[in-house]
Ligand binder design. Structure first.
Ligand SMILES: [Zn+2]
Length: 304
């Protein structure tokens, strides 16, 4: 009888602990990849909204949802449930979609922001972990009344030629104006887009080009651009990205040889005689276990 009683209490206690402290079976001894834990959460924590850690190594407490459909935007790939972020990114998305509407598009198709509790993702991005990164499609919306199914399957258009050197006929002046509005916003730290798009803007936009410094060339990013916001002032757990954009670029706009490198030297075939140094596989977001993330992320996965 006695033994039975003890085990019964134990079972109740375990169930109780699980209810107040879900964590989805997080056991520090089991070294489970962190993305396997974060992907199980459909909802954010209910406390104050804080980005924790670095864009590519962190998590998000108190995530806020960007509504699937608004007057000037729609969320794409809604079944991924990645339209959660810090309140700054939510208001930024709404403001930028309004600007896009004034520029002449119906609004914006919004790609991934972050999972409800941020953290490393099972597929896709390395970053988007702290609720401060947001992808914006380069497809001009034909309709903002797409169904969920349509938004899960619609194809994004590319604005870059296959030669990786120039923009194609899908690129328009409106794209450049939307990117100018996106980069001129003080909340933005940097924006990633393919090099040909930035080159086009360097060569064709009139007026002050200082806003171009925040726009950084990167591989991919030819059917969407990626906006990274600065750490909000009161978010002490948020880690800033260094070097800053002004430290990286060799000019006030970044429209210099460091940009043209992407469409010249970077595309030249590699000399096969040159021995490549043995590549040690770098640890990426999908390899992280909870120990790799900031300690506060443990609270994020263990709170209701
Ligand atoms: Zn992105």
């Amino acid at each position: 009888m006695g033994i039975k009683y003890v085990s019964y209490t134990k079972v109740v206690l375990i169930i109780f602990l699980f209810i107040i402290n879900p964590g989805f079976g997080h056991d520090p001894n089991k070294k489970l990849p962190a993305n396997k834990i974060f992907e199980k959460f459909n909802l954010p924590t209910v406390d104050e909204s804080t980005p924790i850690g670095f864009y590519a190594k962190g998590c998000l407490s108190g995530g806020v949802k960007l509504k699937d459909t608004g007057p000037t935007w729609q969320i794409m790939r809604p079944s991924r449930n990645r339209n959660w972020g810090h309140p700054t990114v939510i208001s930024y998305a709404k403001d930028l979609s309004k600007s896009a509407n004034q520029i002449g598009w119906k609004g914006l198709y919004i790609g991934d922001i972050a999972a409800p509790r941020g953290g490393p993702m099972p597929y896709g991005h390395q970053s988007h972990q702290t609720g401060l990164d947001i992808d914006i499609w380069l497809t001009a919306p034909k309709s903002l009344k797409l169904t969920k199914k349509e938004r899960d399957t619609i194809k994004a258009i590319s604005v870059r030629k296959k030669n990786l050197k120039e923009v194609n006929n899908n690129w328009t002046l409106a794209h450049a104006k939307i990117l100018r509005a996106a980069a001129s916003d003080n909340r933005v730290d940097r924006i990633f887009i393919n090099a040909p798009a930035k080159i086009w803007m360097c060569e064709n936009m009139e007026g002050s080009k200082k806003w171009l410094q925040k726009i950084r060339p990167l591989w991919g990013h030819h059917s969407h651009f990626h906006v990274r916001l600065k750490c909000p002032k009161d978010s002490i757990e948020c880690i800033k990205q260094i070097p800053t954009v002004s430290q990286i670029s060799k000019s006030s706009t970044g429209c210099d040889e460091s940009l043209y490198w992407w469409v010249s030297k970077a595309l030249e075939p590699q000399d096969p005689k040159k021995k490549k140094p043995a590549l040690r596989k770098k640890k990426g977001a999908r390899d992280y276990i909870m120990d790799d993330l900031p300690k506060m992320c443990l609270d994020v996965i263990h709170s209701k």
